[in-house]
Design a protein. Structure first.
Length: 389
């Protein structure tokens, strides 16, 4: 807190240590109710300045929000700044635990060179993330930085184990801990099922409600099952087959006249989702392939249960408290925290699961071995859970 004396006139009190303070404009409480710093009931002095460096991938950025509530609990009156890439910024918008969102492609570097933090957190082993965490001025750092020889430096035993796991396929396959559990240890935060966070705004809810109306879905009469049919391009067999989704749709629609299926995906899934719609165009509806990240989240919030691979849609659905049937092949099912929401399905009898190979020559491949009947059973169980709730 500072007292400022203009060149002419009396001293003025400015709470420049307040959470609401802005250097270039009136603060939000002043704009909303005209209050001034002396005696302001909204004065919220900051004590600990925390920087989280997590750039990509988008789904990993979202699931790393599990750190936010534990950080707030460990550091009362913390101001949390999160540094990410522009492509990932959408998943962090509206987050009540983030005080400042920095985008790497913006003025983040100037900010890092001039801002002093009490705590810097970087749970990522990527070189750009480690360089940014090294550059940031912080009294305490957790995760990964670079040493004087510009080599990656894990800052505690948990970080070292995560680093080794990323370099050794056998260690990755043997791991039985969730990502959330691992990053809690890396950041020396208490264990627990700390939630990942996605806040839907009123504007986004209106967007989703308008979609429901146009689609002719009545939430009082219809059950809504989501198919998140894509899984990015890094691993060819991370997504389930078109044939699997087609057979699953036929089975479930035949059993429940009130069921509606929403198809989710990006531009890469447009053709695949159009083909899926042909199974029953009146009851299988495309949520769109060119939505923004925020619109995608609002539309995911419409479904009761989601069927998905290990991808962004899984993490968004989990953050929104949706039940999820998640299908695994080349990636680790053990790293996914279930939060009591996720039923995991992997093909049986394959020693090569969790291979993290971009592609493979094994046929039938892992995702080809997941039977629609198995997925249908899981969908029925989770839909029944939703109805009971």
């Amino acid at each position: 807190m500072a007292t400022r004396r203009p060149k002419h006139g009396k001293k003025i009190l400015i709470h420049d240590d307040c959470r609401h303070y802005r250097t270039d404009r009136p603060c939000r409480p002043h704009k909303e109710s005209g209050v001034r710093c002396p005696g302001c009931p909204h004065y919220d002095p900051l004590k600990t300045r925390v920087l989280v460096v997590k750039l990509d991938a988008i789904g990993d950025v979202l699931r790393t929000t599990c750190l936010l509530k534990p950080l707030k609990a460990k550091y009362p009156r913390a101001e949390i700044t999160w540094l990410t890439r522009a492509a990932s910024a959408g998943v962090l918008q509206n987050n009540p635990c983030i005080d400042r969102l920095l985008v790497l492609e913006g003025d983040a570097l100037v900010y890092l060179q001039t801002k002093r933090f009490d705590v810097v957190v970087n749970p990522d082993t990527s070189e750009p993330s480690a360089r940014l965490a090294t550059l940031a001025q912080g009294k305490r750092k957790f995760g990964f930085v670079l040493d004087k020889a510009e080599r990656l430096k894990p800052l505690n035993a948990a970080a070292h184990d995560w680093y080794r796991m990323g370099l050794d396929d056998a260690k990755k396959k043997a791991n039985r801990r969730s990502y959330q559990s691992i990053v809690m240890d890396i950041c020396e935060l208490p264990a627990g099922e700390h939630p990942i966070l996605w806040a839907v705004s009123e504007e986004e809810r209106s967007f989703a409600a308008e979609f429901l109306q146009k689609a002719g879905i009545d939430r009082r009469r219809h059950r809504v099952l989501g198919f998140n049919t894509g899984a990015g391009g890094r691993w060819a067999w991370k997504k389930w087959t078109l044939e699997g989704y087609t057979e699953l749709a036929r089975r479930l629609l035949a059993e429940d006249p009130g069921l509606r299926i929403l198809l989710y995906g990006g531009p890469e899934e447009a053709a695949r989702n159009e083909e899926l719609r042909r199974v029953d165009p009146s009851r299988i509806l495309d949520a769109g392939s060119r939505n923004s990240l925020r619109q995608f989240g609002a539309l995911v919030d419409l479904c009761d249960v989601m069927v998905s691979g290990d991808t962004l849609g899984l993490h968004v659905a989990t953050a929104l408290g949706k039940k999820v049937v998640c299908l695994f092949g080349p990636t680790s099912s053990h790293e996914i925290e279930t939060y009591g929401l996720i039923e995991k399905i992997s093909p049986v009898g394959m020693d090569c699961l969790c291979c993290y190979l971009p592609d493979c020559t094994v046929r039938p491949a892992c995702m080809q071995r997941i039977a629609p009947a198995t997925v249908a059973d899981a969908c029925r169980r989770l839909m029944a859970d939703v109805r009971r709730a």
